[in-house]
Design a protein around this ligand. Structure first.
Ligand SMILES: [Mg+2]
Length: 252
């Protein structure tokens, strides 16, 4: 059975918002030559370009940006689903940002993207130290979980997920990474889809795609990872790219 490999980006292929590690990228290039590969990121195309080398972006079959609301191939957007969010939803998001007891605000707290609204207490301008500080705050207070609950209670037609390390993504109900599963299966109806993500459990932003794949067939495979190094290690053991003929046996 053909394998189609699908990867979340932040926390799975790269550290959050950081470029891909050089050794991992070198291995990944070989993987791109042997398997149909898709990337699925909450970020937009511009941010993805800062993280993933150009030849890998060109080599993959598609990049789903903005949580699956855009599909890019070789630098061209094939589709884009936009949504206009109600003002009182944006207002609630800003109110939640202002209510947080976390002391730092770096700017860009409520950011519209294609099909989603990205909300971050510390703000998208946060540097590495500020991000880390917020990650500790969130781990201690489960702040993002509380924000998600508050939003979904007031706006039941919308859903929210933790995105990356410091933000949540709000989208119309059903507009999540899960929709990517349908597109993948229609493009590769007979393949086994292997999905790697770092936010599959606890309602993370990879959970809708993982769940959709599980519902579409038990032959699909979902792998939760803790960090890019773990993704790299699993790929090296499961998809040996340098051994020619064993390559197919290695993925059984
Ligand atoms: Mg991730």
């Amino acid at each position: 059975m053909q394998h189609v490999l699908v990867f979340d980006v932040d926390g799975t292929l790269t550290a959050s918002r950081r470029p891909m590690d050089g050794a991992f990228a070198a291995f990944f290039r070989q993987l791109v030559e042997r398997y149909p590969i898709y990337l699925v990121t909450g970020s937009d195309w511009g941010k993805l370009c800062e993280q993933v080398p150009g030849d890998i972006r060109e080599g993959v079959r598609g990049v789903f940006c903005c949580s699956g609301n855009e599909l890019w191939h070789k630098g061209v957007a094939l589709f884009s689903m936009s949504h206009s969010f109600p003002d009182d939803l944006s207002a609630l998001a800003l109110e939640l940002v202002n209510q947080s007891r976390f002391p730092l605000r770096t700017g860009r707290h409520v950011e519209p993207r294609t099909g989603s609204l990205n909300v971050s207490v510390v703000g998208r301008n946060a540097g590495l130290a500020e991000r880390r500080s917020y990650v500790r705050h969130d781990a201690r207070h489960h702040e993002r979980e509380a924000m998600i609950a508050a939003i979904e209670e007031r706006f039941p037609d919308y859903e929210a997920h933790r995105g990356g390390e410091i933000s949540i993504d709000i989208s119309p109900r059903g507009w999540n990474k899960g929709r990517v599963a349908k597109e993948l299966v229609s493009r590769h109806p007979d393949a086994q889809i292997d999905f790697f993500g770092d936010r599959i459990s606890d309602r993370g932003n990879d959970a809708p795609l993982a769940q959709a794949l599980r519902e579409m067939g038990s032959h699909h495979h979902v792998q939760e990872v803790r960090e890019p190094a773990e993704t790299f290690a699993i790929l090296r053991s499961r998809y040996p790219v340098n051994v020619g003929i064993q390559q197919q046996a290695g993925v059984a």
